[in-house]
Design a protein around this ligand. Structure first.
Ligand SMILES: Nc1ncnc2c1ncn2[C@@H]1O[C@H](COP(=O)(O)OP(=O)(O)OP(=O)(O)O)[C@@H](O)[C@H]1O
Ligand SMILES: [Mg+2]
Length: 283
């Protein structure tokens, strides 16, 4: 099984290499990178390209590792026991109240699957450690029913992190790691082509120029990323804004229209306005 890229996702050669290395090693691929650089979309893309079902597990601060395996629904069982009748007869088999989590679904599937554990750094510090054995051995024990669940096929696992928390060494040892570098101009051009195949070249050129200049501003709290650039382009097209309006040639710096798509807090907008103001004074 090899990932060779896909029509609607731009994967650089080093990213494809990392995906295939993780598949060969049968280890989870840990993907990091700035927000909006295509970490989540990578798992969707690989699943689609390999024709495998994708099971997604989006992690929140309250998510526990156990929820990925299974949960025991004690409340339903209690309710059924009080209702009696048809419901009452279900009560004796505890298996009726076991709700399968993403890992169990993947382990039990007829075909290999792709698992996405998205934003693992959102959970508490114990979360990655609690999944070590399951991800390593691809098996776990269900105490309620005394069953050992083993994966029929080893799933391909993608784990994304935004670096909000450090991950434990024992966990890192079991993963293959890839950092998605921020796309250079050429790669960004290809990404834009994928999303807007009919966009005028002049508009893309100007927009890319403004975008990369904006990212260079020292001291920005939040640099705009790929998804913000795509949003901005979509707006420029919708509002029919001509390329010349992005950066008037005579007054080297102008505030780009619809910059709310790129700059997401008032400090950054102020900083940018100040720079533009200074540039005009120096002309
Ligand atoms: N390499 C790429 N090829 C095509 N589209 C891309 C690529 N990278 C990013 N995008 C676009 O950017 C959007 C954001 O990507 P995605 O949600 O995967 O980012 P992310 O890294 O998971 O961000 P976050 O850390 O905020 O969750 C995608 O919906 C897609 O439109
Ligand atoms: Mg994401």
């Amino acid at each position: 099984m090899r990932f060779e890229g896909s029509g609607d996702y731009v994967a650089t050669p080093d990213l494809m290499l990392a995906v295939n290395a993780a598949i060969t090693l049968q280890r989870p691929l840990l993907v990091k990178g700035e927000p909006g650089t295509g970490k989540t979309m990578l798992a969707e893309t690989v699943a689609a390209a390999l024709g495998l079902p994708l099971l997604q597990w989006h992690i929140k601060s309250t998510t526990k590792a156990q929820q990925g395996l299974y949960e025991y629904d004690a409340v339903s069982r209690l309710r059924d026991s009080q209702l009696g009748g048809e419901h009452g007869s279900r009560v004796h088999d505890i298996a009726n109240y076991i709700v399968k989590g993403v890992l169990w679904q993947a382990f039990g599937a007829e075909t290999p699957t792709v698992i996405l554990i998205d934003e693992i750094d959102k959970a508490d510090i114990e979360f990655p450690n609690d999944l070590l054995r399951e991800l390593d051995r691809m098996e776990f024990y269900v105490y309620e029913t005394r069953e050992l669940i083993k994966a029929r096929h080893r799933p391909i696992v993608f784990i994304t992190s935004n670096n909000e928390k450090e991950l434990p060494d024992a966990f890192l040892r079991r993963c293959f790691f890839h950092y998605i570098k921020f796309p250079d101009k050429e790669t960004m051009q290809s990404i834009i082509d994928v999303h807007f195949p009919d966009l005028k070249k002049a508009l893309i050129r100007e927009a890319l120029e403004v975008f990369f200049e904006l990212r260079e501003i020292p001291g920005l709290k939040k640099k705009p990323s790929t998804s913000e650039l795509l949003d901005w382009l979509k707006l420029l097209v919708a509002e029919d804004i001509p390329p010349e309006a992005l950066r008037a040639k005579d007054q080297k710096a102008a505030i780009p229209p619809l910059h709310g798509a790129l700059l997401k807090n008032e400090q950054d907008v102020h900083l940018f306005e100040r720079l533009v103001f200074m540039a005009r004074q120096n002309r």
